[in-house]
Design a protein around this ligand. Structure first.
Ligand SMILES: [Zn+2]
Ligand SMILES: [Zn+2]
Length: 142
């Protein structure tokens, strides 16, 4: 989603685009990765010392509701927000905790599924857990 599309979406549903919201929106759309409220706060605090972590939490919740970011339940303790909303799947490393985007062979078929057993599908999440290739390499090299 582009910045303009996201602003339009927020305005359409009657949301005020305040400065902090603008700042957060620009940041997450320019950095298409998996964000937490904490990681956004860390990235923005030096340039925008007035932004609070509560504002970031609330803003990201709103963005997720509006489909601007996707909320990931891959971690029990942390909410991740993915600013890449193109359908894709995730792998989480048990050792380093890094989250990777992954393609699975049946991906395109899954992405095109609009219903299952007569139920309408709005979104699908698939999470894989294991040891990532970086950590595997580290283990091998001792
Ligand atoms: Zn790892
Ligand atoms: Zn992702």
């Amino acid at each position: 989603m582009t910045f303009e599309e996201a602003v339009k979406k927020l305005k359409e549903s009657g949301n005020i685009i305040s400065m902090p919201r603008m700042t957060i929106l620009r940041y997450v759309l320019n950095n298409k990765t998996h964000h937490t409220a904490e990681s956004i706060y860390e990235a923005l605090k030096s340039e925008y010392p007035n932004i609070s972590i509560a504002t970031i939490y609330n803003t990201m919740k709103l963005f997720a509701e509006k489909g601007i970011v996707k909320q990931l339940m891959i971690d029990e303790g942390k909410v991740y927000y993915d600013s890449n909303t193109y359908p894709h799947y995730h792998f989480k490393c048990k050792i380093c905790g890094k989250i990777y985007d992954v393609e699975i062979p049946a991906c395109s078929e899954l992405n095109n599924m609009k219903e299952i057993d007569g139920h309408q599908i709005d979104e699908a999440h698939i999470y894989f857990y294991g040891i990532c290739k970086d950590c595997l390499n580290k283990e091998k090299s001792g």
